[in-house]
Design a protein around this ligand. Structure first.
Ligand SMILES: CC(C)(COP(=O)(O)OP(=O)(O)OC[C@H]1O[C@@H](n2cnc3c(N)ncnc32)[C@H](O)[C@@H]1OP(=O)(O)O)[C@@H](O)C(=O)NCCC(=O)NCCS
Length: 324
C-alpha cells in the first residue's frame, strides 16, 4: 500500500500596508522600470507585526482549510531568513502563537528556496510514517533587512504562505524532488554581518552590513541556468513531457527570470503562476503564497501535473513534481 504525501490545506497572509512603486522615485528608481523588468506593481510591508505573526496567521488558515484542528499537527517547519530573533527558531514562536505544543517545531534555512526545501523535509517525515500531519510555512519580512535608501529596495515584500501536508493512499501528491546547493555562490546574495563570522558591532551597524546585499547579474545568470536544468532533469526522470504540465508554481524573483525559464523549457507563460505584481519577491513565502491563491481561485483539476521550482541564495535551487 503506497503512502503518498499530498497538500491537504493551504493558507496565506500578507500585511496590510502597501508600498507602491512610486515610493522608489526617491532612490532613483521608477514605476516603469520596476514593472517592466521585475513585474512588480506594489508590495506589502509589516508595521507592527513580526515574521511569526504572519506565519501563524497563514498556518492557522491552512489547518482550517485542511479540516483539521491545531492539536492534529505533528510537526511545524518554517522556512525563513528573517526570524523574529536569531534564537530561538521562528517555528517555536509560531508554535506558541498557535498553542500547538504537541508538535515538534524547527526552521529550515534555504532563503528563497526555503519553502521547497521545507516541503521536502515534511514529505520525508510523512512518507516514512513518522508523522501524519505536518504544517509547513514560508514566511519572511525582508523589509526588516532592506536598506530603504538603496535602489535595490524595490525587490522584496513581506508575506507568509502555509500548507498542511498529509498522507493518502490515493494516486496523488508529490511524485519527486530534485534539490541542489552550491556554497561557492554564497557571496552573491548575503547579509554580511550579525553572524559568528562578523558579529554585530557599532561599525557593522554604521556600515549597514545587516541589510541584504545582492549581485543582481549573478542572480539572473544563475537562476536562468540552474532552474531549467533541474526542471529538465525531474521531467526526464519521471517520463513527463512539458506539455503535460498544467502549471508551474515558481519562486518569484523577477518576471524576466520567470519568462526566460519558461521559454527555455518550452512552457507557455500562461501556465506560470505569478503574484509578484501584488507582493514582489516574498522570499521563503512566495511558493506557498502563490500556491494558496491559485488553488483557491479553483485553477487545479484532478490529475493535473504541477511543477514547483525555486532558486535562492547559497546557491540553493530545485524542483518538485506533484499530481493534483
Ligand atoms: C536587477 C537586474 C534587472 C539588473 O540588470 P543588469 O543588466 O544585471 O544590471 P545593470 O546594473 O546593468 O542594470 C541594467 C539597467 O537597469 C537599470 N536599473 C538597475 N536597477 C534599477 C532599479 N532598481 N531601478 C531602476 N533602474 C534600475 C540600470 O540603471 C541599467 O539601466 P541602463 O541600461 O539605462 O544603464 C537583473 O540583474 C536581474 O533581474 N537580476 C535578478 C535579481 C533578482 O531577481 N533578485 C531577487 C531574487 S534573489
Amino acid at each position: 500500500m503506497s503512502r503518498n504525501v499530498f497538500i491537504k490545506g493551504t493558507g496565506s497572509y500578507a500585511p496590510e500596508k502597501v508600498i507602491p512603486n512610486t515610493y522608489f522615485d526617491r532612490v532613483g528608481s521608477n514605476d516603469k522600470w520596476i514593472y517592466n523588468t521585475l513585474g512588480i506593481k506594489e508590495r506589502r510591508i509589516v508595521e507592527d507585526e513580526t515574521t511569526s505573526d504572519l506565519a501563524a496567521k497563514a498556518g492557522l488558515e491552512a489547518i482550517k482549510d485542511a479540516g483539521l484542528e491545531v492539536k492534529d499537527i505533528d510537526m511545524i517547519v518554517v522556512a525563513t531568513t528573517t526570524p523574529d530573533r536569531q534564537a530561538p527558531s521562528c517555528a517555536c514562536f509560531v508554535q506558541e502563537k498557535l498553542e500547538s505544543y504537541q508538535a515538534v517545531a524547527f526552521d529550515v534555512a534555504a532563503v528563497c528556496s526555503g519553502a521547497l526545501f521545507t516541503i521536502s523535509v515534511a514529505h520525508e517525515f510523512i512518507k516514512t510514517g513518522r508523522y501524519n500531519n505536518v504544517l509547513v510555512i514560508g514566511a519572511d519580512t525582508f523589509s526588516t533587512i532592506t536598506d530603504w535608501e538603496r535602489r535595490d529596495s524595490v525587490f522584496f515584500g513581506d508575506g507568509a504562505g502555509a500548507m498542511v501536508l498529509s498522507y493518502t493512499e490515493e494516486d496523488k501528491g508529490f511524485i519527486d524532488f530534485d534539490l541542489h546547493s552550491d556554497g561557492r555562490g554564497k557571496e552573491h546574495f548575503t547579509i554580511p554581518s550579525g553572524g559568528s563570522e562578523n558579529p554585530a558591532t557599532k561599525k557593522s551597524v554604521k556600515n549597514k552590513e545587516h541589510y541584504f546585499q545582492m549581485n543582481g547579474k549573478e542572480v539572473y545568470n544563475t537562476a536562468t541556468k540552474v532552474v531549467p536544468e533541474s526542471i529538465n532533469a525531474i521531467l526526464k526522470r519521471n517520463s513527463i513531457e512539458v506539455d503535460q504540465l498544467a502549471y508551474m508554481i515558481p519562486h518569484q524573483p523577477s518576471i524576466g527570470i520567470l519568462k526566460s525559464i519558461a521559454k527555455q523549457i518550452g512552457l507557455p507563460f500562461e501556465k506560470v503562476t505569478t503574484n509578484m505584481d501584488k507582493y514582489a519577491n516574498t522570499s521563503g513565502a512566495t511558493i506557498p503564497l502563490v500556491f494558496d491563491e491559485t488553488h483557491k481561485a479553483g485553477k487545479f483539476s484532478e490529475g493535473d501535473y504541477l511543477l514547483f521550482a525555486a532558486v535562492g541564495a547559497g546557491w540553493t535551487w530545485g524542483t518538485a513534481l506533484y499530481k493534483w
